[in-house]
Structure formats: structure tokens, C-alpha cells
Design a binder for this molecule. Structure first.
Ligand code: WT7
Length: 646
């Protein structure tokens, strides 16, 4: 058992809220959401003020979510223009390149304004209009933020695709939202290695239709092919436009962006976020969870290809007028001290990363941390997966010198921002717990039948009512939205996570209870990996499950049945791993491949994943009831050939 860390006195005094204030505000926020969020919404500049705040329903078959629905605003104006009068010369974005000796860029709010306006004018010149979908496939460079903000300035809807995804994955995402425009760069660089972004786009566009224009930002200067009539160098287009671009007033419920994420079945879903509620929620959570104060230097290590990069690298911090650091590289390059060197170099006050990174750095010992100062750090935070208490304590003690609160934020692509999180001035910390609900969030723990459990309990985590940052729909498929999130427990949003609540009312997320994997904080559907495997000519059937992995949180364990006549070999294992990397991307590569002549199925042909999970976990002593198996014989064969042996 680990100690509770009480709120230090100075934190309680100087933070935005202390414990008493949290309790007071939390009660108000859930008892009268209209009044609470009506007031919080005032933090933004609205071109048309709203008169309605919350208009939401989780009713079966009629889910509808609207916040601030008669208000109008522009996201780029809120993230950039409105800061010009008071902080035009303040740095908005610090760019730290992959190479520690490369050129740091510091972009002030005034420069950011110019860049975003110019980029928006380039988009217009390419024919991009309000409501058009724009696919962004970029490295972690300031131009990625310019591109996103430029879209919001003219009312275009961006769909950022993580630079680690394959051409096939890009093509699927372009097709799903019928995007006619792509923004990319020649190459990215991570840990000294080049990533052929433009070449990946070329390969993707060979597999999908409808893309009219590709804007290419020059970054590494690497050689790329340019297709006449389709591909345009950003710099050339930018030289032809001015830097005047009035922000388009958008309705609060106009689409802001689409972000694809994996579910338990089918292809990735286009999570749709809208303008007003999302920005209120991203900026308010950024301020409260991290106790953001004027002048703080803030660093979130997430890539803009994930929701954390959207809400907590770009939109939340910039809406708050913060200085946000964009890091192109990886935490272990050139050495495992890199993060702390960057902290010292830029005087970072707040550091936000994933447990998988903390575990990797922890494995390298204390010395690489201790040789740096880190005295600028004030607050540490994590996101992406449950953090084991050992890693929490290491982060707290070694990285933070037992001086900085560790804020474990639970949320999802779907939720837009933090949902369960401690507030540094208000919440005593328990290592491994995401602690208490954020303002306006009503978590409940339910059993399999949907009965709401009280007090100390464990079960499935649902949210009983809407919050402003909630996704509004699955792009182009509202039925799928309702089926995925609102059908398991009628009238409630189902998170897909299991959760325990302790006697103090603290929440402990235990991980996904559906067929979603969380590998190094990256979300993947087992069905996606299975479908990549079965698309290989030698594979007849595949079943993929997760198993506990010391570094990655979860590893990918694939059971593969080969076509008759094919033989399993180490060679073929390697080939299949490469195949999945190519089909989806490196984050999806299986850690273990188990060639299985047969899979355990019920008499009706359903694969019994429970058994596959147990064997993958090397925990086959108690497989539970196997009497419903069509052929119980396959199980002993699977156990004998298990790949994960202690
Ligand atoms: C899933 C959502 C939201 C940003 C990054 C991931 C897991 C996320 C935590 C946490 C325990 C966490 C959940 C969730 N997760 N944060 N602090 N503690 N689990 O977003 O890709 O949409 O994944 O990540 O399982 O459902 P995402």
C-alpha cells in the first residue's frame, strides 16, 4: 500500500481551488449545470452570445447533445487573436526539434496570428471552404498547429491522422470523411530516424479517390515526388497570399474536428467534436487540472495525432494564452535524460506524459534524471492508461523530487477533456488513482445488468449526464454512436472501462472491459489487428487479445490459424509482424504470434476470447467453464504451445 499525499499548504493557498471550493463548485456543477457552465462559458469570446447552455439527451434511440447552441465564436480567434492586445510578444509555441543541437523556434502570439492567417488564406486559395474536411498528416512541428488553427479560422473540419499510421490507415480515414484536401510535410524525424510522410500520402492516395490537393510543408528538405496539378509546396502557395484573414463566426455546434479512434468492432470511428463546448471544456480543464497560471511554461509530450495533442498541446493551452512546448522527438533520444534536459533548457513548469514513457525512463534508473536540475518543475501529470503505483511513486520522488503533485487524468478521445482527475490544490493524491470527478462530471459504477452500485464497489464506468466536451456523434453514423456508447446501459454514456471506487469516493480505473487494446497508451481494436492478419494470403483466421506487458501496459498476442498446407515458422512470424506494421502502423505490431491449428469456439461458432486471454496471460490454471466449447481438445493444444511463458 502506498501513502496518501495530502495537499501541501502552499498549493491549497495559491491554486485556483482548494478542497472546500472544489466540493462547493462540484455540487453546484452537477446540481445546476446550466448555471455552472453558463458562467464558465464566459471565459471565451463569443461573436454572438449564447442564451441557451445545455440541451442534451441520452434517451435511447434519440441521443442528442448540444451546448451553447445559439452562440457563435471562432476557435482561432479565441486561441490567438484575443491574446494580441495583452500578450502579443509572449511566446505561444516553443518548438524543440528532435536533434538536441537543432534550431529551437519560439513563436510569439503575434507571429502565430500571422502564420495562422497566412495558412488560412492558402487553404482558401486551394479551394477549402467552410465545412470541408481537411486531412492533416504532419510531424510535431509548429506548422501542424498552424494548419489546425487555420482550418478552424475558416470553418473547415480537420481530421489529424497520427504520423505513425500506414498508407492503408490514412486512405481509410480520408475515404470515411470524404476529405478532398491533405496537408503534410516532406518527412518527419523521430529519434534520428526519418519518417516518409509525403511518400506515405502518395501511397495512400493511390488507394483512395477524391483528393484534389496536397499541401506539402518543407521540413527536412528530403527528396519527395510532387504530382503536377495535385501537390503544392506550402511555401510557394504562402508567398502568393496575404496575412489578413477574418475569422469565420461559427455556431457553437458546428463541427470542429474529426479524430479517428478504435472501438471493439469494425473500422475506426470518426469521433466528431464541435466548436463551443469543446473549447470551453479543453480550456477550463487545462486551467484547473494543471492549475495553469499566467506565465507557466507548459509541456505535454503527446503527438497532435492523438486527442491529447488536440486538447492539451494546441487548443486548451492556446485558448488560455499559455506557452506550449512542441517536441518533435522521443523521450529516449539521444539519451534517456532528454526530457529532463528539455525541462531545464526551457524552464518547463508543467510536464504531462504517459505512464509507458515513465516506466521506460524508470527502467534506466535514477542517475539520468538526477544529473539534471528540474527545479523549474511545479506539476507532473499523466494520461493514457492506468499508472502502476510504483511508476507513480518514481515519477513523484525521482522526477519531481517529492515536490510536485502528480495529476493522473482519466479521459478519452470521446470525452474531449479530463473527466476524472485530482486538482492539485484540492485533492489528496493516492498513487494509481485518477481520484475525483471533474466539475460537471457524474460518474457511476454499474454492474453487468446496469444496476448502479453505491459506496465502495467495482464494475463498469458510466457517465450519467452530458458535459460540454463530449463528442456529438460518429461522423456520418449517428446510429453507430448510439449503439456504441448508449446501448449497453440505457440513458448513460458507457466508457468501456472497468473501475473501482474506494471508501473515500476515489476512482481507480482498471482498464478496458471491451475488445479495445491499450498499447503504450495507444488505442487499438483487436478487430483491426485481426483483419490486417487475415488479409495475408497464408492466414485463414486470427484472434487477437491483450496481455500484461511490463513496459507497454498491454502487449498484443495474436492467435493465427494458417491456410491448410501452410506451416508456421519464425520466418512467417516475422513476415506477419511486418505485414501488420505495413497494414496499420508500427504501433499495431503483434508482440507474440501463436500458430494455432484451431481456436476455442462455442457450438454456434463464437470464439471464446476469455480462454484466449487467460492463455495469453500465462494463467491457464483456471480457465473457467469450458463445457460450452465445440471441441474442448483445442484448449490443451493451445496451452502446450503458449508463447508467453514465465
Ligand atoms: C482510454 C482512452 C485521453 C487521452 C489518451 C487516451 C485509458 C486514459 C487513463 C488514466 C487509466 C486511462 C482508458 C480510456 N486511459 N487515461 N489516467 N487512467 N486509464 O485516449 O486513445 O481515447 O483512450 O485510455 O482505458 O478508455 P484514448
Amino acid at each position: 500500500m502506498y501513502d496518501i499525499h495530502p495537499v501541501p499548504d502552499d498549493w491549497a493557498r495559491r491554486a485556483w481551488v482548494d478542497e472546500e471550493r472544489y466540493n462547493e463548485l462540484y455540487t453546484q456543477s452537477v446540481e445546476n449545470p446550466d448555471a455552472f457552465w453558463g458562467e464558465i462559458g464566459q471565459r471565451l469570446d463569443w461573436t454572438t452570445p449564447y442564451t441557451r447552455v445545455k440541451n442534451t439527451s441520452f434517451a435511447p434511440g434519440a441521443v442528442s447533445i448540444k451546448w451553447y447552441e445559439d452562440g457563435a465564436l471562432n476557435v482561432s480567434a479565441n486561441c490567438v487573436d484575443r491574446h494580441l492586445a495583452t500578450r502579443g510578444e509572449q511566446v505561444a509555441i516553443i518548438f524543440e526539434p528532435d536533434d538536441p543541437n537543432g534550431t529551437v523556434r519560439r513563436i510569439t502570439y503575434r507571429q502565430l496570428h500571422e502564420e495562422v492567417c497566412r495558412f488560412a488564406n492558402v487553404l482558401k486559395a486551394q479551394g477549402v471552404g467552410k465545412g470541408d474536411r481537411v486531412t492533416i498528416y504532419m510531424p510535431m512541428i509548429p506548422e501542424a498547429a498552424y494548419a489546425m488553427l487555420a482550418c478552424t479560422r475558416i470553418g473547415a473540419v480537420h481530421s489529424v491522422v497520427f504520423g505513425g499510421f500506414s498508407p492503408d490507415s490514412i486512405a481509410g480515414r480520408i475515404t470515411d470523411c470524404t476529405s478532398q484536401f491533405v496537408i503534410t510535410a516532406d518527412e518527419g524525424v523521430r529519434g534520428g530516424r526519418k519518417i516518409p510522410l509525403k511518400a506515405n500520402i502518395d501511397a495512400a492516395l493511390a488507394k483512395c479517390e477524391g483528393v484534389k490537393s496536397v499541401l506539402v510543408v518543407r521540413h527536412t528538405g528530403g527528396d519527395v515526388a510532387m504530382q503536377d496539378g495535385r501537390d503544392v509546396w506550402y511555401a510557394e502557395a504562402a508567398a502568393k497570399v496575404g496575412t489578413d484573414c477574418a475569422p469565420e463566426p461559427m455556431n457553437a455546434e458546428d463541427p470542429l474536428f474529426i479524430l479517428y479512434t478504435s472501438g471493439s468492432t469494425g473500422t475506426p470511428k470518426g469521433v466528431l467534436h464541435t466548436t463551443g463546448g469543446y473549447l470551453v471544456y479543453a480550456s477550463y480543464t487545462h486551467q484547473m487540472s494543471f492549475d495553469y497560471q499566467d506565465g507557466d511554461i507548459y509541456w505535454c509530450t503527446a503527438d497532435v495525432g492523438w486527442v491529447t495533442g488536440h486538447s492539451y498541446v494546441v487548443y486548451g493551452p492556446l485558448a488560455n494564452g499559455a506557452t506550449t512546448l512542441m517536441f518533435e522527438g522521443v523521450p529516449t533520444y539521444p539519451t534517456v535524460s532528454r526530457c529532463w534536459e528539455v525541462v531545464d533548457k526551457h524552464g518547463v513548469n508543467t510536464f504531462y506524459t504517459a505512464p509507458t514513457a515513465i516506466r521506460a525512463l524508470m527502467a534506466a534508473g535514477e542517475e539520468p534524471v538526477k544529473r539534471t536540475s528540474r527545479k523549474s518543475l511545479r506539476l507532473l501529470a499523466t494520461v493514457g492508461e492506468p499508472i502502476n503505483p510504483e511508476a507513480w511513486e518514481w515519477y513523484y520522488r525521482v522526477v519531481g523530487d517529492s515536490r510536485c503533485p502528480v495529476i493522473d487524468t482519466w479521459w478519452q478521445t470521446e470525452t474531449g477533456g479530463h473527466m476524472i482527475t485530482p486538482l492539485p490544490g484540492a485533492t489528496a493524491l493516492k498513487p494509481g488513482s485518477a481520484c475525483r470527478p471533474f466539475f460537471g462530471v457524474k460518474p457511476e459504477i454499474v454492474d453487468a445488468e446496469g444496476a448502479v452500485l453505491e459506496g465502495e464497489c467495482s464494475g463498469n464506468l458510466v457517465i450519467a449526464d452530458s458535459w460540454p466536451g463530449q463528442m456529438r456523434t460518429v461522423y456520418g453514423d449517428h446510429q453507430r454512436f448510439m449503439d456504441t456508447y448508449f446501448s449497453a446501459y440505457k440513458g448513460k454514456y458507457f466508457s468501456g472501462d472497468g473501475c473501482r471506487r474506494d471508501a473515500d469516493g476515489y476512482y481507480w480505473i482498471t482498464g478496458r472491459v471491451d475488445d479495445v487494446l491499450n498499447v503504450s497508451g495507444h488505442r487499438l481494436g483487436t478487430a483491426e489487428v485481426e483483419s490486417a492478419l487475415v488479409s495475408h494470403a497464408k492466414v485463414a483466421e486470427a484472434a487477437v487479445v491483450g496481455y500484461p506487458h511490463a513496459m507497454k501496459g498491454q502487449g498484443i498476442y495474436a492467435y493465427v490459424t494458417l491456410m491448410s498446407g501452410e506451416e508456421g515458422s519464425d520466418e512467417l512470424r516475422k513476415e506477419l509482424v511486418q505485414w501488420v506494421r505495413r497494414e496499420i502502423g508500427p504501433i499495431a505490431q503483434p508482440d507474440m504470434i501463436h500458430f494455432a491449428p484451431g481456436l476455442p469456439k462455442t457450438r454456434s461458432g463464437k470464439i471464446m476470447r476469455r480462454i484466449l486471454r487467460k492463455i495469453a496471460e500465462d494463467d491457464f490454471g483456471n480457465l473457467g467453464d469450458i463445457s460450452t466449447l465445440a471441441d474442448p481438445g483445442v484448449v490443451s493444444d493451445l496451452v502446450d504451445n503458449r508463447q508467453n511463458r514465465a
